[in-house]
Design a protein around this ligand. Structure first.
Ligand SMILES: Nc1ncnc2c1ncn2[C@@H]1O[C@H](COP(=O)(O)OP(=O)(O)O)[C@@H](O)[C@H]1O
Ligand SMILES: [Mg+2]
Length: 245
């Protein structure tokens, strides 16, 4: 069982898109997958068609209830979120175990899964720290833009800090280049990332592909929406790269 945080404190880097479609790609290969929404904007839950969940991750984190799991079919399960999660930061901070709530909640169900993917909010605050403490690995989706690259250092520093104290075995699975296109600037940034981070960058990158956005509006994974698209091909290749090493 592997728990992976999908992390970047910038919005719009492809965290939610990666959680849904990598999750589905792994599930299609027979892996049991749980995707966990810990963003109060609940884009992940909406992406798979869960609009108004009655029980959410908030109940587990802040009310000591068990994690609610929705079966999405075909080996894929979801822990949903809603806007109530926006209040979790303050409540978790008041609790001495506030940083460990997600790890504790996952313990009861993690043996049911091969992979648990946590879709982080666009911040490095207490919900994200909960995800990192619960995880063995981190995937960092990054747009090929100058400001995205600058933000990577902040993430690396946070992960180092966690490794020294709260989660010594946490490891960076990889930096994932997303929304890659053929512009010169985009190519230059890709080269900079490879030069700076070498083997930490996934060989697979995710091309810019409008079908990925259309799939989210249709509340489907890319494999259900357009299985022959570039997006489906790229996320399938990413799942292969992860399964093979
Ligand atoms: N490879 C891609 N090609 C085109 N659009 C993409 C791609 N990846 C993500 N998007 C779109 O970009 C927006 C932000 O992606 P999202 O996964 O929600 O980012 P985050 O969760 O990091 O905020 C969404 O509208 C999504 O559909
Ligand atoms: Mg998101």
């Amino acid at each position: 069982m592997t728990v992976i945080s999908i992390l970047n404190h910038k919005g719009g880097t492809g965290k939610t898109t990666t959680t849904v479609n990598l999750g589905k790609a792994l599930a299609l290969q027979g892996k049991k997958v749980l995707i966990v929404d810990i963003d109060s904007q609940s884009n992940l839950s909406q992406h798979v068609g869960i609009e108004s969940p009655t029980e959410t991750v908030y109940d587990a984190l802040c009310k000591n209830e068990s994690l609610p799991v929705i079966d999405l079919g075909d080996n894929l399960h979801l822990v949903p979120a809603n806007l109530e999660l926006a209040g979790a930061d303050d409540e978790l901070r008041k609790n001495v175990n506030g940083y460990f709530r997600l790890r504790e909640s996952l313990k009861a169900i993690q043996s049911n899964y091969d992979f648990i993917l946590i879709d982080c909010p666009p911040s490095l605050e207490i919900l994200t720290i909960n995800a990192l403490i619960a995880s063995s690995e981190v995937i960092i989706p990054t747009q090929s833009q100058y400001f995205s690259i600058k933000g990577l250092q902040t993430i690396f520093e946070l992960i180092e800090e966690l490794k020294q104290n709260l989660n010594p075995t946490l490891k960076i699975k990889g930096i994932l280049l997303t929304q890659v296109n053929n512009t010169v600037i985009n190519k230059t940034i890709q080269e900079t990332v490879h030069e700076g981070y070498g083997d930490l960058v996934f060989k697979t990158f995710i091309r810019q592909n409008v079908a990925l956005t259309e799939a989210s509006y249709s509340n489907q994974t890319i494999f259900d929406y357009q299985s022959k698209s570039q997006g489906a091909e790229d996320y399938f290749n990413l799942s292969k790269e992860i399964l093979n090493g």
